[in-house]
Design a protein around this ligand. Structure first.
Ligand code: TRP
Length: 453
C-alpha cells in the first residue's frame, strides 16, 4: 500500500501528552461527569467509573495510540492497512467508519453545550451572576435553553471556531494553545476548589461522591459509568488513534497514556467535589441533570470577591477545554477525507462541519420546540448522547481491543508498545480478557439477557 502524503507530527512527548489531554479534558470532565454522578447516585457511579478508567480505559488508550502510531494513517485507512499487514479482513475498516460517525454525532450535541458555555461567558462578563440566588440561577438557565435562536447563534459560533482551527491543520497553533490553556484551567479549578473549601459543604460533597452505597449500583449506573470512562478519555472512536498517528516512534506510549489518564481523572474529581460542595451549600439538587454546572457555579461566582473576573475566566477556559476536545472529535473524519478522498483540509472541514451543524440544530430544538419529540423514549439530545457514549464508543473500543490482541501479530504490537515483559503481560491480559469481558457483560445486561446486578 502506498505511503500517505507527508503527515503532521507532534514536536515531542509533551506536545502529544498535552494535546491528548486537551482532547480528553473537556466538557466531559467539568460538565458531564458531575451531572452524571449526580443523577446516578453519586458514589455508586464514581466508584464504577474509576474502576472502568483503570481496568478498561488505561489499557485501551494504549491500544488505540498503538494502532494509530503503527498505521500512520487516519482510522479508516489505518485499520485497512493494519488488517492487510496481518492478513485479516478489510472489514476491520468498519471500526474507522464507526468512529467517524460517532465523532460527528458527538460533536453535534457537544457543540450545542459548548454554545451554552460561550453564552455563559458573556453573561459572566456582563455581571449577570451578581448576588444571584439559586432560584434565579435556575430560571436563567431555563430561559437560555428555552430560546432556540440564542442556542443556534452560539452553536454556530462554536462550531465555526472549531472548524476554522481544524481547517488550518493540527499544527503548532493547537499545541501552543493547549500548553497555555491546560495549566490555566487547572489553576482556575484549584481557585474554585479553594472557594468551595471555604464556603461549600465539602464533607457532604465527598460523602456523596465516595461513600460507597452499593444499593445504588444499578445496571444502568454501571453502563453509564463505563460509557463515561470512554467518553472522558476520548476512547473508542479514533480520536486518540489519529493523535497517535502523529506521534513519533521513540516516545513511550505507556508513560504518555499514564499522564493523560491521571490528568483527566484528577480534573474530573476536583470539578465534581467543587461543584457538589457549592451545590449542597445552596440547597441545589445534585440530580439537576445537564444544567447542573450552569446553575451551581454562577451562585458561587455571584457571591465571591472578584467573582465577575473568575466567572468570566472560568467559562472562557471551559470553552477552550471544549474547543481542544471538539477538534479531536472531527480530526478522524477530516483526516480520512483528506487522505482517502484527496480533499483539501478546508473543504473537508466545511463538509463535516456542515453536517454537524445541521444535526446540532435538531439537538438544540430538542431542548425547547421539539422537547416532546421522543425516539425510543429519549429526546434527541439524550438519544444521541446515549447512543454514542453507551453503545458506539464501547463497541469501537471492544473491536479495537479484539483486533490488537487476536488479529495483529504479537511481535508488531510488542515492538510498538515498547513495554517491558511484565507490563506487556498486564496490558495483554487487560486487553484480551478484562476489557472485552467487561464491555460484553455490560452490553448483555443492557439487553436484559443477564439478571440485574
Ligand atoms: N473527552 C472529551 C471530554 O471529556 C470529549 C471527546 C473528545 C471525546 N474527543 C472524543 C469523546 C472522542 C469521545 C470520543 O469532553
Amino acid at each position: 500500500m502506498k505511503e500517505p502524503a507527508i503527515r503532521g507530527h507532534w514536536s515531542g512527548r509533551w506536545a502529544f501528552v498535552v494535546a491528548t489531554a486537551g482532547s480528553a479534558v473537556g466538557l466531559g470532565n467539568i460538565w458531564k461527569f458531575p451531572y452524571m454522578a449526580g443523577t446516578n447516585g453519586g458514589s455508586a457511579f464514581v466508584l464504577v467509573y474509576l474502576l472502568c478508567v483503570i481496568a478498561i480505559g488505561l489499557p485501551l488508550m494504549m491500544t488505540e495510540i498503538m494502532l494509530g502510531r503503527r498505521a500512520q494513517r487516519n482510522p479508516v485507512d489505518g485499520m485497512a492497512h493494519l488488517s492487510a499487514e496481518s492478513h485479516a479482513s478489510r472489514l476491520w475498516m468498519g471500526v474507522g467508519y464507526l468512529g467517524i460517525a460517532a465523532g460527528i454525532l458527538i460533536l453535534s450535541f457537544y457543540s450545542v453545550v459548548a454554545g451554552w458555555v460561550l453564552d455563559y461567558t458573556v453573561r459572566a462578563a456582563t455581571n449577570d451572576f451578581a448576588a444571584i440566588t439559586a432560584t434565579q440561577a435556575q430560571a436563567q438557565f431555563s430561559a437560555m435553553i428555552g430560546n432556540p435562536q440564542e442556542l443556534l447563534l452560539w452553536h454556530t459560533i462554536f462550531l465555526f471556531l472549531t472548524m476554522l482551527v481544524v481547517a488550518r491543520g493540527v499544527t503548532a497553533g493547537l499545541e501552543r494553545a493547549n500548553k497555555i490553556m491546560m495549566p490555566t484551567l487547572v489553576t482556575i479549578l484549584l481557585i474554585l476548589l479553594g472557594y468551595s473549601l471555604a464556603v461549600g459543604e465539602v464533607s457532604r460533597s465527598l460523602a456523596f461522591m465516595f461513600r460507597a452505597d452499593f444499593s445504588k449500583i444499578t445496571p444502568a449506573a454501571i453502563l453509564s459509568a463505563m460509557g463515561h470512562a470512554f467518553f472522558t478519555l476520548s476512547l473508542g472512536m479514533g480520536a486518540v488513534m489519529v493523535y497517535g498517528s502523529y506521534l513519533q516512534r521513540h516516545i513511550s506510549i505507556a508513560r504518555a497514556t499514564f499522564y493523560v489518564v491521571v490528568a483527566d481523572t484528577a480534573i474530573a474529581l476536583v470539578a465534581g467535589i467543587t461543584i457538589f460542595a457549592i451545590g449542597f451549600a445552596n440547597q441545589l439538587e445534585p440530580a439537576a441533570g445537564p444544567g447542573l454546572i450552569f446553575q451551581t457555579l454562577p451562585i458561587a461566582f455571584g457571591h465571591m470577591p472578584g467573582g465577575r473576573v473568575f466567572a468570566t475566566l472560568f467559562f472562557v477556559l471551559v470553552g477552550f477545554a471544549a474547543w481542544t476536545s471538539s477538534i479531536s472529535l472531527v480530526e478522524p473524519a477530516v483526516a480520512w477525507l483528506i487522505e482517502r478522498r484527496k480533499l483539501s483540509r478546508a473543504r473537508a472541514a466545511l463538509i463535516i462541519g456542515g453536517l454537524i451543524w445541521v444535526i446540532g440544530i435538531a439537538v438544540l430544538l430538542s431542548f425547547n420546540v421539539w422537547s416532546e419529540v421522543k425516539l425510543l423514549g429519549f429526546n434527541i439530545f439524550d438519544l444521541l448522547d446515549k447512543l454514542t457514549t453507551n453503545i458506539m464508543l464501547p463497541l469501537g473500543g471492544l473491536l479495537m481491543a479484539i483486533f490488537a490482541v487476536w488479529v495483529m501479530r504479537a511481535a508488531h504490537v510488542k515492538e510498538e508498545l515498547g513495554l517491558n515483559e511484565r507490563h506487556y503481560r498486564y496490558w495483554r491480559f487487560a486487553t484480551r480478557f478484562i476489557a472485552p469481558a467487561a464491555i460484553i457483560l455490560v452490553f448483555l445486561n443492557l439487553l436484559g439477557w443477564l439478571p440485574g446486578v
